[in-house]
Design a protein around this ligand. Sequence first.
Ligand code: SF4
Ligand code: MG
Length: 332
Amino acid sequence: QKPLLEVQNLHTGFNIEGETHYAVKDVSFTVNPKEVVCIVGESGCGKSVMSLSIMDLLPKHNGKIDKGHILFKGNDLVPLTEEEMNQIRGKDISMIFQEPMTALNPVLTIGYQMDEVLFNHTDTRKEEIRKKSVQLLQQVGISRADQIVNEYPHQLSGGMRQRVMIAMAIACQPQLLIADEPTTALDVTVQAQILELITKIQEEVGMAMLLITHDLGVVAEMADRVVVMYAGQVVEDTDVDRLFYEPKHPYTKALLDSIPRMDDHREVLNTIRGIVPSLKNMPKQGCRFVDRCPSAMPECTKIDPALGEVDKGHSVRCILYDASHPEKKAEV
Ligand code: SF4
Ligand code: MG
């Protein structure tokens, strides 16, 4: 089958004091129809910049795509105008954010905002619109939907607001939903409910999803494929089973090591030592993980590891797995 979304060699740069720093550097990955792809990594790894690049929502004053392609059903989104992107956003591709309050207009009722989405992006008949809005709210598990339409965002709980955002996001039956940390701002009990809802909706609508998260529990629950990002680059790309059972990249292993497990009785959990380098402090050459990598070798500061396939559908960016450095081929 043809991929729905193909990100190819994407470079997104930010201008800081006259110099371009890449928050996303040479990122490539694919999302197939109906597939759930998780982008995972610590904060500051470029995950959100990645999703904002796809949606053309980068801060206009200093962020920009410098190179690469974002093919949606074979058409490159990068050269599209604002107006053309408006057509695609909210119709073919929808997005939900971490904090729904920032995406909802505080002075308009929920019903008004839902109606507007349907009016602008669907051909729902005018007299049907309100009914459709209520139906959508019911579909996302809001039981008093006919009352909620008359309420304002601040009158709803965080979980309810996220349900409203999901209802808006699916109003036009998008083929791709991008969800950036959709549950991070919510209470733990509500998180599980919202994840369950997203899964149910994703199956009902039959859409693909690009889910951005730092939470490997969410990955285990939701993902078909996983793209691990570190310091603006993809370091591992594989299916969810191999991510958990055959992780290759030292960063992926460290991430997995840092999560609590059922059979884990250690008092103190591992955390990954050090921090993600900031945009201004990215190493100019060599592996970007070198300062934190337990397997680092002297070569790692000199050679830029390339993302290479280690197995069908499993790619890793690390010289331990790079065939062009055969002496470094890992015995793992
Ligand atoms: Fe670690 Fe070197 Fe591999 Fe980078 S290239 S992840 S520093 S072993
Ligand atoms: Mg983020």
